[in-house]
Design a protein around this ligand. Structure first.
Ligand code: GRF
Length: 200
């Protein structure tokens, strides 16, 4: 199964996915790595791993969000991508993109959804004084940080934590959980009913 990873930044999750593919812990093919930022470190990682299609486009070169998303969807459809993996992709996808890949887009979020949605989940959990936060891997639907949950894992928050120390522990868990969720999808082991995901 052809997989695409979309990333805007560092790409540590992309690296974990590449590692899992190389170790055959995911039985798919990483066909495309795409970024909306041409200097994203994720692109370097992809080139180094010899991913066949490594591309970036800037939203600034398109008249509307939809036009940009359609161009990205076109690229992925051309490459016969069957699973779109968001790994720190810092854009909200428009419905035209989501409808091009129904129940075939996954995201990883650094909190236990529905708690701490949004781009500042780690900061928000710390500020709130939560004792536990975690990681959620979920399918993407038309609402932000909302689609059916595939896997979740908890991470304890220590009283001495800063955003950096908490982020480091959360990332470690992401790097375990995301490849597992992708492999479950590739093996056809995930079925969505309403908003519950059954793992067979
Ligand atoms: C991760 O913390 C993920 O949960 C969030 O964006 C971050 C991406 O990190 N969606 P990286 O680029 O994979 O290192």
């Amino acid at each position: 199964m052809n997989i695409a990873v979309l990333a805007s930044g560092n790409g540590s999750n992309l690296q974990a996915i590449i590692r899992a593919l190389q170790a055959k812990k995911i039985r798919g093919t990483l066909r495309v790595v795409f970024s909306d930022k041409k200097d994203a470190f994720a692109l370097e990682r992809a080139r180094k791993a010899k991913v066949p299609v490594v591309e970036s486009m800037s939203p600034k070169d398109f008249p509307t969000r939809e036009a940009f998303d359609l161009a990205v969807a076109d690229l992925l459809l051309r490459e016969e991508v069957k699973l779109v993996v968001l790994a720190g992709y810092m854009r909200i996808l428009s419905p035209v993109f989501i409808r091009a890949f129904p129940n075939r887009i996954m995201n990883v979020h650094p909190a236990l959804l529905p708690a701490f949605k949004g781009a500042r989940a780690l900061e928000d959990a710390l500020k709130y004084g939560a004792r536990v936060t975690g990681v959620t891997v979920h399918f993407v639907d038309e609402e932000v940080d909302h689609g059916p949950v595939i896997l979740q894992a908890a991470v304890e928050i220590k009283s001495t934590d800063t955003v950096e120390t908490l982020a480091a522990r959360v990332h470690k868990v992401e790097h375990q959980l995301y490849p597992r969720a992708i492999d479950l999808f590739v093996r056809g082991r995930l079925t969505i009913r309403e908003r519950s995901v059954r793992i067979s």
